[in-house]
Ligand binder design. Sequence first.
Ligand code: GUN
Ligand code: ZN
Length: 443
Amino acid sequence: MASRVTAVRGPMIWFRGDPFLSPREDVFVHESDGLLICEDGIITASGGHRELAHRLPAGLTPTHYPDHVISAGFIDTHTHYVQTGIIAAFGSQLIDWLNHYTFVEEQRFSDAGYARRVASAFCDELLRNGTTTALAFCAVYPQSVDALFEEASRRNMRIAAGKVLMDRNAPDALLDTPRSGYEDSKALLERWHGTGRNLYAITPRFAPTSTPEQLEAAGALWREHPGALMHTHVSENTGEISWVRALFPERRGYLDVYDHYGLLGPRAVLAHGVHLTRHERDRCAETGAAVSHCPTSNLFLGSGLFHVHDAKDSRHPMTVGLGTDIGAGTSFSLLATMNEAYKVAELSNYPLDSVKAFFLATLGGARAMGAGDRVGSLESGHEADFVVLDPRATPLLAQRTSRAEGIEELLFTLAVMGDDRTVRATYVAGVLAHDRDTPSASA
Ligand code: GUN
Ligand code: ZN
């Protein structure tokens, strides 16, 4: 079969390494007139148009986006597709918010039809926001997981997701058991992990809603399938941390609960980590467990301020990505998430610059998911998931970006002022999947 070749041209940025740890000139690539050639969903060439134009197949004219910025697609390292309907729920912090809103909405996902409709809207919203990969919580019901993977497969998106494990401290209708949780997760993992672009994540909700027996079973499942991801929450809210201490008095702290049950390591993504201690951060770095920084959620629920400079301290750097944490988070946009991450960092007097912010939203997130060799970069050999950003998306943005001096200021302005309107187009595996201006052209 003839291979499918596509190409785009325009200003481009991407990463070859971590700008928190290496000089940016070594790891940050900016082509003012770049060319990206993709073959069967894989980037086969990326660089300057002048240098690469001769590699275009005869007759293929690249889609040209002059005056835009082409970046690797955004990676959302922590979200809940089943909470799409409860964004902006008023008035409570974490535990009350879970009880009043979340645990009510998630029960609706026992209905496969409802799950399918929300999963479809969720995937479309990701693409409208330039997010090509997400690591998502589903609900406790296996059919809620099938719904998301089916919708992701229809769009050929690289999505990681899993069935929530929870066997205590929630309404009965949302509880599984250590045995049923293990067996349902195993069956889903075997059905979906590595099927197409799908990845399975073993997903204990958080320590308070799992018994020791369930965490033990989750650890056993991960040992049997070490290529899968592990996805949970940690140290988001101070009340939650006290609760974990009361539930697991024999453990040294919240992180130690997961450590004890074998739930830390590469491909473990822990959402929030706002209140992790220095020792706990070191332990994450040592084991390879990553943290998903979710600033819009942390501000919305009043959880606290994540210190990204401590997490990325070059003496013991952790792997960090950005997460929207829908529906405690308030936006699907990784641009909006970078904006809030900047403000949270400012509150501890750390200027999170645009190069670092875009790294967290792309290759940093991909690495957190153990997929940094496949997505999150425009480097040749990566999968051709990318986003085309429009610096003139609104009159105000156009006015401001016209004064930007250089790519770093332009990226900063896009991060601080951008949202879904800024996403001109999103490509998935080399194919146009969302086109802001001609929606009917989308795949
Ligand atoms: N901790 C346990 N469950 C959740 C959830 O659904 N959202 C957030 N933000 N934190 C949690
Ligand atoms: Zn969450």
